[in-house]
Design a protein around this ligand. Structure first.
Ligand SMILES: Cc1cc2nc3c(=O)[nH]c(=O)nc-3n(C[C@H](O)[C@H](O)[C@H](O)COP(=O)(O)O)c2cc1C
Length: 233
């Protein structure tokens, strides 16, 4: 991009009620909360990592994080982001392991309840009526009621201001038979919670399938005629 093509000026000093022209805005143009609301409304749906950790004193902790995703597969990594130093972050600094419990629709209310600002010594498993089950490879407990769990070892915490990104290498996965079909996890059976912004969530909608093309299919064509069609599943 050359200098003439850059437009660094904010188009609106604050979020307008109606948008009469395209929005152009940087992180320093609005107050922090307004920019946060914009980002979390744009990057949707987000999966939720329901992160269980353990303090050095042995107190269990469980909290949802939607700054969460798979970050690689060889080796497999997940990351979650803590805005500020919350109990989950304090715990992984003491016991550098966590379990990312997968949040499915039947657990949405309990998941949300564990986001309450319980004091550090409180065990959210107990408050939410969830069963702590021993993990296979890490010390933090997993949520027995969850349909799948990723056990992780913390490799690094990247901190920039109040953003703390916890990188965890997956060392073990656990999947309940109820979500397994035809040799794999069935997305409909899993029924994951999709995080939107504010208090908004959604279940999985209609499923579609699009085959991924290879260069050998595209070369020699005008390109778009080789573009695979999306089909409903
Ligand atoms: C669905 C959902 C997703 C959340 N995602 C995040 C997140 O990605 N990062 C964050 O810092 N807080 C997030 N929160 C808020 C934390 O869960 C909340 O601050 C919680 O009390 C932190 O718990 P802890 O102190 O036990 O770690 C989220 C809350 C909900 C309900």
């Amino acid at each position: 991009m050359n200098d003439q093509s850059r437009t660094a000026t904010a188009s609106h000093a604050a979020p307008p009620k109606a948008l009469d022209r395209p929005l152009e805005v940087g992180p320093d143009d609005w107050n922090r909360r307004e920019f946060y609301l914009l980002m979390t409304a744009l990057v949707i749906p987000r999966p939720i990592g329901w992160i269980s950790t353990l303090s050095a004193a042995g107190v269990r902790n469980l909290a949802p994080y939607s700054y969460f995703n798979l970050m690689g597969s060889d080796p497999a990594y997940v990351a979650f982001g803590s805005t500020g130093v919350k109990d989950s972050l304090a715990n992984v600094r003491e016991v550098p392991e966590f379990v990312a419990n997968i949040v499915t629709m039947h657990l949405i209310e309990k998941m949300n309840f564990t986001a309450t600002d319980f004091p550090r010594g409180e065990d959210e498993f107990g408050w939410a009526g969830l069963t702590p089950a021993p993990s296979a490879r890490v010390r933090p407990f997993r949520v027995r009621e969850a349909k799948a769990h990723l056990e992780c070892e913390v490799v690094q915490v990247v901190t920039d201001g109040s953003t703390n990104i916890v990188l965890g290498r997956i060392v073990h996965a656990h999947v309940d038979p109820s979500v397994w079909k035809d040799g794999r996890v069935d997305p409909k059976l899993l029924d994951p919670v999709c995080r939107l912004s504010g208090s908004g969530y959604a279940p999985l909608g209609e499923l579609v399938s699009v085959q991924r093309p290879q260069w050998k299919d595209v070369t020699g064509t005008a390109g778009q005629e080789a573009m695979p069609k999306a089909v409903k599943k």
